[in-house]
Design a protein around this ligand. Structure first.
Ligand SMILES: Nc1ncnc2c1ncn2[C@@H]1O[C@H](COP(=O)(O)OP(=O)(O)OP(=O)(O)O)[C@@H](O)[C@H]1O
Ligand SMILES: [Mg+2]
Length: 629
């Protein structure tokens, strides 16, 4: 049997780790380096290059080199390399392929399975894309593990007897995650995670590059807009200067023959100070404190109770980052884990737990959470109208995983035979501000009066952070198992097989890529379209729910516009606000506050001509009044 390894598939760098005699260790790549740049390119002859070789051509051949593809995962955006086009999964798949091959070379064994880490705040689509990337690389992604959780495993492994409340702050090249964990006798319990999956060192580089460009253009009287190579060189120089400023106070940025002016080459030398860097990136660094607050709040812990702050990710080396975190907590963050390697090492620990090489009984155990709420779109009654587009969470964020929850909804119209389920992820009361995941149709509902039929919707969020949906028509017991696989950017099995065949073919042509690494497509896990899933052209009709008597709207029924378009509807909502105010008089203080707040919100939205806002506040008010009886 092949070996199970842990892989940190990073925005900037990727690492592989494995267990040796119960200890995780990094597996170096073919050049003996511990980190492999997550960069893919085509060389001059059109061959694929990955890692250091690709990174080396990033500045000279930006049109056929791609970095930071992780940022595009799950977006469906195409990546151009020269005259070819790849999906983000394919690019990540190529990075993983190179990692797998180098690790196989080093370990002298095949790798068929891996634990791959993702930012805790990665969405369902991004996680699915990561699984696809693994399959395109020729191995099974045995487990998707959250990066801060992996870092905590690496941290906890050396402190099995500690009791502590740990905050992991992971600022990498493209993503930021924060997790709060409780550690007790080798059991690590993730309490809450928050983050921003579009913030990292790459953003700092772009800020610095823009600043350098401005100075160069002003001082030299040149325009770099039409010079992609010069712009790419600026980003590379910016990254280097930024990293050097973590230890130096002042650096010189040297860019010989950066561009041409009136036919003559222009070379540039500029000084950049740490103070200037801090001015350029200060707001971005400070913005990480938002998710920190949220994670503390969600975990219901006060900052004084946090006993260890573990910084990971290359960007955590920036002195400003350490300073801001130290100021926030009134104490210095701890060392104790390697900022670049902890995530991969933790992934190897998880791989060891999975394969049995590490025993949970004698060692370490971890429980993780779902970092965002998952639910469905519903309509709610506001006064006498039904308002669409309301988010009804089924699994609240920070639930310990695996988790399974069921909500029951009922039909809304006479003879309603089917119902559409639209799945969202997020925290906003309006689905338009949440992330759409997928949609399904449930049919075969026996004809009956409005509200008489009920459908139970069960969400199960597995240990990989992937959602499974099950529905059951209560009266008939008819069940359908639906997996969130059809999200817009998810590859279908035939697409994945075709993509893999193409990569296999291109890969054999790549320098140093032995054909032995190319495996025929085996049995790809079944991801067929869910039974009853609607054709993509079907406009999903939302269904309708109130907390005590949720209702599902028919697929055929024309959905009512969420906007209280007519004056009559607006009047009705104003009356609702007034009723709420009147009712608040005798209500307990917290309820009265809520009624007042919602009434004001509703009136403000009506005054501002914001129909969706009014509808949402109106719907919530109706709920509160309903609960009051
Ligand atoms: N000494 C340093 N000072 C400042 N920044 C640094 C330093 N060393 C590395 N970095 C930055 O760290 C980032 C890479 O960090 P890391 O390898 O942890 O990210 P990643 O794992 O690839 O990304 P992510 O975890 O966001 O997907 C880059 O932006 C790099 O410029
Ligand atoms: Mg990372």
């Amino acid at each position: 049997m092949g070996q199970v390894v842990g892989i940190d598939l990073g925005t900037t760098n990727s690492l592989v780790a494995t267990l040796r005699e119960g200890r995780p260790e990094i597996v170096p790549n073919r050049s003996g380096r511990r980190m492999t740049p997550s960069v893919v390119g085509l060389d001059r002859t059109g061959k694929l290059v990955v890692g250091d070789a690709a990174r080396a051509q990033l500045a000279s051949a930006p049109e056929r080199t791609v970095a930071e593809a992780k940022r595009l995962m799950g977006s469906g955006e195409a990546v151009r390399l020269g005259d070819r086009t790849y999906s983000p999964q394919e690019i990540s798949g190529l990075v993983l392929r190179a990692l797998k091959q180098d690790a196989e070379h080093h370990l002298g064994t095949t790798i068929d399975e891996a634990v791959v880490t993702v930012p805790a705040y990665f969405t369902d689509a991004q996680r699915q894309a990561t699984k696809d990337a693994g399959e395109l690389a020729g191995f099974k992604v045995e487990r998707i593990l959250n990066e801060p959780t992996a870092a905590a495993l690496a941290y906890g492994l050396d402190r099995l007897d500690d009791e502590a409340l740990v905050l992991v702050y992971d600022l990498g090249g493209g993503t930021f995650d924060v997790s709060v964990l409780e550690m007790f006798k080798g059991v690590l319990d993730v309490k809450a995670s928050a983050g921003n999956n579009r913030l990292g060192g790459g953003d700092f580089d772009r800020r610095v590059a823009a600043h350098l460009r401005q100075r160069i253009e002003a001082e030299q009287g040149v325009d770099l807009a039409a010079d992609p190579v010069a712009l790419a060189r600026l980003v590379v120089a910016a990254e280097q200067a930024k990293a050097e400023l973590s230890s130096a106070e002042l650096v010189t940025v040297s860019l010989p023959f950066l561009c041409a002016k009136a036919g003559a080459p222009v070379s540039v030398e500029l000084e950049l100070s740490r103070a200037k860097l801090e001015e350029l990136i200060g707001d971005l660094v400070r913005s990480t404190l938002g998710p920190v607050e949220q994670a503390l709040k969600d975990a219901k812990v006060a900052e004084k109770d946090v006993s260890a702050i573990v910084l990971v990710g290359g960007s955590s080396r920036i002195p400003l980052v350490r300073r801001i975190v130290a100021e926030r907590f009134g104490k210095d963050p701890r060392g104790g884990v390697h900022p670049d390697e902890a995530v991969a090492l933790g992934a190897a620990v998880q791989a060891g737990l999975k394969s049995g090489a590490l025993s949970a009984k004698t060692g370490i155990m971890i429980t993780d959470i779902c970092p965002y709420s998952l639910g469905v779109e519903v309509s709610k009654r506001a006064g006498s109208q039904l308002v669409d587009g309301i988010f009804s969470p089924i699994i609240p964020r920070n639930s310990t995983i695996p988790v399974s929850r069921t909500e029951i909804y009922s039909t809304t119209s006479d003879g309603q035979a089917q119902v559409d389920i639209k799945v969202f992820q997020g925290e906003d009361r309006l689905v338009r501000n949440d992330v759409f995941l997928d949609q399904y149709r449930v049919d075969g509902i026996p004809p009956s009066g409005a509200g008489a039929e009920r459908v139970a919707v069960t969400f199960t969020y597995d240990v990989n952070g992937i959602l499974h949906v099950k529905t059951k028509v209560v009266s008939t017991g008819k069940e359908a198992v639906l997996r969130v696989e059809r999200s817009a950017q998810r590859m279908t099995p035939p697409e994945r097989a075709a993509a893999k065949a193409r990569l296999d073919e291109e890969w054999v042509k790549a320098p140093g890529a032995p054909a032995a690494s190319v495996r025929p497509e085996g049995s790809v896990s079944a991801v067929d379209a869910a039974p009853g899933a609607p054709a993509p052209s079907v406009r999903p009709e939302p269904f309708d729910s109130a907390p005590t008597a949720p209702v599902l709207r028919s697929g055929q029924e024309k959905s009512k516009d969420a906007s209280p378009a007519s004056g009559a509807e607006a009047d009705e909502l104003r009356a609702l606000a007034q009723a709420a105010r009147a009712r608040s008089a005798g209500a307990p203080a917290p309820v009265a506050d809520r009624l007042e707040r919602l009434a004001s919100e509703l009136e403000r939205a009506l005054d501002a001509g914001d129909p969706a806002g009014a509808a949402s506040a109106g719907a919530e008010l109706t709920d509160v009044l309903f609960d009051l009886g």
